[in-house]
Write a protein that binds this ligand. Structure first.
Ligand SMILES: Nc1ncnc2c1ncn2[C@@H]1O[C@H](COP(=O)(O)OP(=O)(O)OP(=O)(O)O)[C@@H](O)[C@H]1O
Ligand SMILES: [Mg+2]
Length: 296
């Protein structure tokens, strides 16, 4: 048995010997070729990385320029729009009694459209500053219920025009919260105008302000409108997301409002979420910390 194995070993050694003699040379060349190929690929990779870094820098620069231009344009549009809306309102107040129905409706449409454009301009301005990473919050003690009441009053005409009723339920005696008042109002306005926009005639919108968990306050906006699917919900807070359909009265959709809401709410250290199903309305809930982040 042992002899047989030794014989096998010898036979194997004899068969391998030419190979093992040739191997170092062949292996050496192969390794060299491999190294050359690797170094060529490495060079190509470095060149591609440099090109990518350059393209990225150019993209960032043009994005920055786009934001600046958008910001400037939105800023410049804001004042004349305010003037148009203001004068339309003044005319409605002063001469409405002397106008016939067609003239009154024209005036109303001028005012509504200029308000809608102002809303778009505000969104564009917010987006430009958010993209430039400049969400600056100026916190001050804010009465969330008071803010909600003001916002509901502001949207009353819009809701009436669509035959939608708004009900406000605000908890009494809530402490003031350290929030950016203007930006929190922007969040409310986006949620409330969405609720009206996607409600059917005869629908009801409920705005709620209440205490949340210890140290938190909760704002909710619930409607009985068309609601949304799970797929829609999943991408709701991304910029320029919209389901493709208009509001229930043909209102425009841009898809920026909720992205802006999310950025502002998260900037405050809060959370925003939605509960909805197709045809079953939508409830948006915003939770905000009562104290600023340093004191929280
Ligand atoms: N209450 C709601 N009911 C049903 N769908 C809604 C509701 N709120 C938002 N959506 C859906 O989410 C999309 C995004 O909303 P978002 O507020 O971001 O943009 P928008 O209302 O289309 O435009 P804008 O930038 O003027 O606010 C809407 O286009 C709509 O499809
Ligand atoms: Mg909106």
């Amino acid at each position: 048995m042992a002899r047989a194995i030794a014989g096998l070993d010898a036979a194997l050694a004899a068969r391998l010997s030419p190979l093992s003699a040739a191997r170092p040379v062949a292996a050496g060349r192969a390794t060299e070729a491999l190294f050359e190929e690797m170094s060529r690929l490495n060079n190509e990779l470095s060149t591609a990385q440099r090109a990518l870094a350059k393209a990225n820098a150019e993209l960032a620069a043009s994005n920055e320029q786009k934001n600046r231009l958008m910001g400037m344009l939105a800023h410049d549009l804001r004042s004349p729009l305010q003037v148009i809306a203001g004068f339309a309102e003044l005319l409605e107040d002063r001469v409405a009694g002397r106008l016939d129905a067609t003239e009154r409706s024209c005036l109303e449409r001028i005012r509504e459209s200029s308000l809608f454009m102002r809303h778009l301009v505000e969104d564009a301005l917010s987006l430009a500053s958010l993209e430039a990473g400049r969400l600056r919050l100026t916190r001050q003690p804010v009465d969330l219920a008071l803010l909600a009441r003001r916002n509901v009053a502001m949207n009353a005409v819009l809701a009436e025009g669509k035959g939608v009723a708004i009900a406000l339920e605000a908890e009494e005696g809530l402490p003031q919260a350290m929030l950016d008042s203007g930006k929190t109002e922007q969040v409310m306005n986006n949620l409330l105008s969405n609720a009206i926009k996607f409600s059917h005639r005869g629908g009801r919108v409920r705005v709620g302000v209440a205490a949340g968990a210890e140290g938190w306050q909760r704002l909710s906006v619930a409607d009985e409108g068309r609601g949304m699917s799970e797929a829609e919900r999943a991408r709701l807070f991304q910029p320029f997301t919209r389901s493709g359909t208009l509001g229930t009265a043909g209102e425009g959709t841009v898809g920026l409002g909720l992205y802006i809401c999310r950025t502002i709410v998260e900037g405050h250290g809060g959370r925003i979420q939605v509960d909805s199903a197709p045809g079953a309305g939508a409830t948006f809930t915003v939770e905000l910390p009562v104290r600023g982040p340093a004191e929280a």
